[in-house]
Design a protein around this ligand. Structure first.
Ligand SMILES: Cc1cn([C@H]2C[C@H](O)[C@@H](COP(=O)(O)OP(=O)(O)O[C@H]3O[C@H](C)C(=O)[C@H](O)[C@H]3O)O2)c(=O)[nH]c1=O
Length: 187
């Protein structure tokens, strides 16, 4: 019912809920706390759902995080269109600090990315009118927001044109200048 795929970064997981197809289309449980905990060993307490629409291809949102105690674990999926979702390990002391993983999420593939606290998160759209939907374990806390510049991590975003960014993201600090508020737990 819920396929789980490990990634190169400890704790970062790719999930694929089962889809029940029939002549009408499909049905899928996109969140089930008991199944998630059983399949991953993680039991996140989500408090906020987010939903954004990006009209154009090559729109980049990120790389963002919220500092503790307002850190957010995120369960991310694509409700319409397609995107390439990226998470960067910013846990000080982590053996994979600064490393990143990118995953294709689309309305068609139904895949999800579990991004624990301690990662900067962002995405680039691969289709027009792409909608991202994600559950968060922490409330929005603008005073705790942090960002890493999208070009400072060595990520190949696969852009097919000029990226579309917010001013905030265009002016984000480089990873090399980040004093990360996250500490690796050793797990
Ligand atoms: C994140 C957030 C934003 N807002 C308001 C604040 C702004 O007036 C407006 C747009 O916010 P922002 O430009 O930060 O939206 P994104 O660039 O999509 O930010 C998100 O992008 C990446 C992909 C993330 O993982 C984060 O969840 C989040 O940082 O929504 C809220 O009211 N609540 C919220 O939780």
């Amino acid at each position: 019912m819920l396929d789980v795929e490990q990634t190169a970064l400890a704790g970062l997981l790719i999930l694929t809920p089962r889809r029940f197809g029939d002549a009408r289309g499909f049905f899928a449980e996109t969140w089930n706390a008991a199944r998630f905990a059983e399949a991953t060993g993680v039991d996140p307490a989500f408090v906020q759902d987010n939903h954004s629409l990006s009209a154009d291809v090559n729109t980049i949102r990120g790389l963002h995080f919220q500092a503790p105690p307002h850190g957010q674990g995120k369960l991310v999926r694509c409700g319409r269109g397609a995107l390439w979702d990226v998470a960067v390990d910013i846990r000080r002391g982590s053996p994979t600090y600064g490393a990143w993983v990118g995953v294709d999420l689309s309305a068609e593939n139904g895949r999800q990315l579990w991004v624990p606290e301690g990662f900067a998160h962002g995405f680039v759209t691969r289709a027009p009118d792409t909608e991202i939907i994600y559950k968060c374990t922490g409330y929005y806390a603008p005073e705790a927001e942090g960002a890493v510049h999208w070009e400072s991590v060595g990520i190949d975003w696969g852009l097919t044109g000029t990226p579309i960014l917010s001013d905030k993201d265009a002016e984000a600090p480089a990873l090399a200048d980040l004093d990360s508020p996250f500490e690796w737990s050793g797990a």
